[in-house]
Write a protein that binds this ligand. Structure first.
Ligand code: GDP
Ligand code: MG
Length: 438
């Protein structure tokens, strides 16, 4: 899905002016890509309708860079589709907070139980894990091993006591031992069946969970979403844990589950290892799917911290290759306000692919050293780096307390940066846009 969408948006971005046909063409491809990714049909239909409505509207056509605006709309709608903002785990004001795991066999309930415990322990909570799957051979042992690994206590009564009784006593145990979270690992079946639902309902009635999290295997695509729907109808779930996102290249389940069930995705799991689970961020997932980096937040950040007038002047200099070391120094101050450089480069759309960018690696920690080198240059040298010959390099190195190798490296980086800026500005600057339009 990601690579297909990237192609569509690559085309859009490079356009200076969009006709309604351009937008329609792009949306047709987005629609196909989503259906191919096994996203629910109705979800796709609504999604495309929303994008079309906004994209063909005035805001896009009036804009300087309509292609980017459309990409931005899709990004925002994708984020909204997956729930908008991150959905936090419930926390009872009368601890312990009770979390019940549910899901089909093999979805990843037991693994999620262990990983969730790990996340909670990291936040200084004291979770108790309750082994209420008495059917699957070795299920209890599996949870005990996980508990040991994350250093969370595991409550078990073996496999001869009913799951409801285990859950009940587990909760009492937690109260007595001051555990502020109880995570109940339940049994699953290969398919949804009555007996399973009845058992889960009985446990729910007994312990009154604050959260009932459905664990679903994202590789199952739309089928996973259907499963979620049936569980939700029976159990009134509170959220979803999406597992196996590492093996899911299509993203269909992630995209449809919220829209179909209304349930927030609370956690995403991307591997078998214990630290491979994290809170689910719809915006990050949308960016990942679009493969565009976090472009918007870069623009926002830049707008916040870079003086507009200065930026304009800087842009003019970049375009005309008048960019000097003096500007470089000044820009560095601006960039410092923006944050870590790697992060900024990562936010540029297509940055990974761009030639030149891979080589420009301004190490955040060396920024002070770089500034020292630039300050050791004469005014003339700053404006005309070409004149910096071997003896000048030696002098600069001495003056800045660095080595000639450091100076050489910086000069090389500067040259590459100049090239990159020309490239960038011809792609994104107003002059570049004009060229494309004519
Ligand atoms: P349960 O039957 O729902 O309790 O499922 P388990 O927790 O026992 O997990 C079933 C299998 O899926 C195990 O082999 C897990 O290691 C594996 N698994 C769970 N989550 C993930 C994931 O996010 N990525 C990958 N690659 N494997 C996973
Ligand atoms: Mg299990």
């Amino acid at each position: 899905l990601a690579s297909r969408l990237q192609n569509v948006f690559g085309k859009l971005r490079s356009k200076g002016k969009l006709s309604e046909d351009d937008v329609n063409d792009a949306l047709r491809e987005v629609r196909l890509a989503l259906l191919e990714a096994d996203v629910n049909f109705k979800v796709v239909k609504d999604f495309i309708a929303k994008i079309r409505e906004r994209a063909v509207g005035q805001e896009v056509m009036k804009s300087f860079t309509p292609g980017m605006v459309v990409v931005d709309i899709v990004n925002k709608e994708l984020t909204a589709l997956m729930g908008g903002t991150q959905s936090k785990l419930a926390r009872s004001n009368r601890p312990p907070t009770v979390i019940m795991m549910a899901g089909l066999q093999g979805a990843g309930k037991t693994t999620s139980t262990g990983k969730l415990a790990k996340l909670l322990i990291k936040e200084n909570h004291r979770p108790l894990l309750v082994a209420a799957d008495i059917y699957r051979p070795a299920a209890i042992k599996q949870l005990q091993v996980l508990g040991e690994q994350v250093q969370a206590p595991v409550f078990s009564l073996g496999d001869q006591v009913s799951p409801v009784e285990i859950a009940k006593q587990g909760l009492e145990h937690a109260k007595e031992h001051g555990n502020d979270y109880v995570i109940i690992d339940t049994a699953g079946r290969l398919n949804i069946d009555e007996a399973l639902m009845e058992e889960l309902k009985s446990i729910r009635a007994e312990v009154k969970p604050d959260e009932i999290l459905l664990v679903i295997d994202s590789m199952a695509g739309q089928e996973a979403v259907n499963v979620a729907q049936s569980f939700h109808e029976q159990l009134e779930l509170t959220g979803v844990i999406l597992t196996k996102l590492d093996s899911d290249t299509r993203g269909g389940a992630a995209l449809s589950v919220k829209a179909v069930t209304g349930l927030p995705i609370k956690y995403a799991m991307t591997g078998e290892k214990l630290d491979a689970m994290e809170p689910f961020h719809p915006d990050r997932m949308a960016s990942r799917i679009l493969g565009m980096g976090d472009m918007l937040s870069l623009i926002e950040k830049a707008q916040e911290s870079i003086d507009a007038e200065k930026a304009k002047e800087m842009e003019r200099k970049m375009r005309t290759a008048e960019f000097t070391f003096e500007d470089f120094l000044e820009q560095m101050e601006q960039v410092k306000k923006l944050g870590p450089i790697d992060q900024i480069l990562g936010m540029l759309p297509g940055a990974g692919k761009m030639k030149g960018l891979q080589n420009v690696k301004v190490d955040e920690k060396q920024i002070d050293r770089v500034q020292a080198i630039v300050r050791s240059m004469t005014k003339q040298e700053k404006q005309k780096p070409e004149i910096i010959n071997a003896s000048r390099r030696q002098r600069i190195a001495k003056g800045s307390g660095t080595t000639v190798a450091d100076v050489n490296r910086l000069l090389k980086q500067f040259e590459e940066m100049r090239k990159m800026m020309k490239q960038l500005s011809s792609m994104m600057g107003p002059k570049g846009m004009k060229n494309l339009k004519s």
